[in-house]
Design a protein around this ligand. Structure first.
Ligand SMILES: *Cc1c(COP(=O)(O)O)cnc(C)c1O
Length: 379
């Protein structure tokens, strides 16, 4: 790490482990090299462990957004109904992605800082039959944690054929998500969030039911690159340690993912979930003890991977963020259009939480405290 490196404490990309970075600083390697095939194969197996599923993983070069395209293009056909549990910016965008493939999208919205009300989902499910319900587990624009377990249970009871897709881009690998136990059909994330790998990989897992829905489509998948018809044989080949090619995998990123997933699953997912709960509570307690107000309306619906917090009265983004940066920490501004200038965001995932001896969280809180002091904030 260079001396002038500022800690990247935004909700992704997050700070990366040296061993993960070193896995990328490796010489050219064929994507069908006999040393690479088992690494990719093991990544597929490790994704199952991290997502707590026996389903089908897809590890594909692209960002988290490619996970949306894979979900919408492969599982929803033009004219079909989709319900989006919308808690902010990323719900809007996932909805747009479904519409791109001709889906009819209904949004269940809630006031900013709230989680989707389970009763509202129940009402929506009574109004029509949905092919798929999407849930953003942590909307990175509000720092709200949605009730994935409760909503999925409800969908399974009221509409057993409906698929449940979870956008876990700011949650998987940190926030509790039990894909099989909860009945989630699609869970997707991106390498640069809680998985702790540089940006460039979309990582998704699909349940047996989701794969069947894909196989039973009546129309072809209206996408070239995101088409599972092309990727399923590739994933199966790598898993059975055989060479295959459709489009070149990001060899070095897959090597980095391999290191990160071994570290993560080696800790035990229950320990990982609990560590994020504990660290998040302490982090939020400190900010609140200074009189700052969180964007989530209560701790019950606050994410454990990040914190969205309002600027104090009279202090603007331009007053605070450059000062936090001057203390060596990069924070993110607001993203939700309706409140963007009023709040900022800090991520706390992966090594920042799991290896606290690195001091990332303390350094971040100290930087915020100092930046507030320099704005004559009255603690
Ligand atoms: C970051 C993020 C995305 C988008 O991922 P990209 O890698 O930027 O494409 C989608 N959903 C959520 C909840 C996110 O936090």
């Amino acid at each position: 790490m260079t001396v002038d490196h500022k800690l990247c404490m935004i909700p992704g990309p997050i700070e990366f482990h040296e061993d993960v970075l070193n896995a990328m600083a490796t010489p050219a390697c064929s994507h069908v090299d006999p040393t690479f095939i088992p690494i990719f194969g093991e990544c597929i197996e490790l994704v199952r462990k991290a997502f707590l599923t026996s389903g089908q993983p897809f590890i594909i070069c692209g960002s988290g957004t490619l996970g949306w395209d894979m979900t919408a293009a492969n599982l929803v056909e033009a004219g079909e109904e989709v319900l989006v549990c919308n808690t902010g910016y990323f719900g809007d965008r996932f909805g747009e992605c479904f519409e791109t493939y001709g889906a009819k999208v209904t949004h269940v919205r809630c006031p900013i800082g709230n989680a989707t009300a389970v009763e509202d989902v129940a009402k929506a499910l009574e109004s029509k039959t949905f092919k798929l319900v999407s849930i953003t587990q942590v909307d990175t624009s509000t720092g709200v944690l949605n009730r994935v377990k409760e909503i999925t249970k409800l969908v399974k009871e009221k509409s057993p054929n409906t698929l449940v897709a979870v956008d876990g881009v700011c949650s998987i690998g940190a926030e509790e998500l039990r894909m099989d136990e909860w009945g989630v059909d699609v869970a997707l994330t991106a390498s640069q969030k809680a998985l702790g790998v540089p940006p460039g990989l979309a990582v998704l897992a699909a349940s047996k039911k989701a794969i069947e829905a894909f196989q039973n489509r009546s129309t072809p998948v209206p996408n070239y690159y995101a088409n599972w018809t092309r990727w399923l044989p590739i994933m199966n080949a790598y898993e059975s340690r055989k060479p295959a090619y459709f489009a070149t995998p990001a060899v070095q990123l897959v090597k980095a993912l391999h290191v990160a997933l071994k570290q993560l699953t080696g800790r035990g997912m229950d320990n990982v979930f609990e560590a994020h709960r504990v660290a998040s509570k302490k982090f939020k307690d400190t900010l609140e003890s200074w009189g700052l107000k969180l964007v989530p309306t209560s701790r019950d619906v606050a994410a454990n991977t990040m914190t969205a917090v309002y600027y104090p009265e009279g202090i603007a983004a331009t007053d605070l963020l450059p000062k936090i940066s001057a203390h060596g920490v990069v924070a993110a501004g607001g993203l939700h259009v309706e409140i963007a200038p009023k709040y900022f965001r800090l991520g706390h995932m992966s090594i920042s939480v799991l290896e606290q001896e690195r001091g990332h969280l303390d350094t971040t809180l100290k930087a915020v405290e100092n930046a507030l002091k320099e704005n004559s904030y009255n603690f």
